[in-house]
Design a protein. Structure first.
Length: 142
């Protein structure tokens, strides 16, 4: 039996990560609805017949979504989805409960308590929540 010898050209394949429009951040945050409703009450924004914060809306961590608008791998903005008929709301993130000093979403880290607002029409909601790691050992990796 005669063996054929063939030459195979060496080939290297490189796969490049191509981010889509949203960043698959490894952290999440849900609104602490009881604390947020207390904040609304202290701001005279609270109507007990119309709960401003609900566990089935802003209280769900999956309802806060992070986007990388320019595909550079850095989070650019956070929005709230799954609202009670209000559509997608832009989130403005703040450093503390005074809601006076804004911070970028790219500065958020696990374990941090963040404060954010959303608005629709003439209403503004004041949210608060503690950021948690959704993939243990890999915070903020997309």
């Amino acid at each position: 039996m005669k063996m054929k010898k063939t030459w195979e050209v060496p080939v290297i394949l490189v796969q490049q990560f191509e981010a889509n429009e949203y960043v698959a951040a490894c952290w999440g945050v849900g609104c602490s609805v009881s604390e947020a409703n207390s904040i609304e009450q202290s701001l005279h924004n609270y109507d007990p017949n119309n709960l401003y914060h609900g566990a089935d809306h802003c209280g769900l961590s999956g309802n806060q979504v992070i986007y990388d608008d320019n595909n550079d791998g850095t989070a650019d903005r956070m929005v709230e989805v799954g609202t009670d008929g209000l559509g997608t709301l832009n989130c403005t993130i703040y450093t503390d409960s005074s809601y006076s000093t804004q911070m970028g979403v790219s500065a958020v880290h696990t374990g941090q308590t963040i404060y954010w607002t959303t608005s629709a029409g003439n209403k503004t909601w004041h949210h608060v929540g503690t950021v948690f790691n959704t993939v243990p050992g890999h915070p903020n990796r997309s």
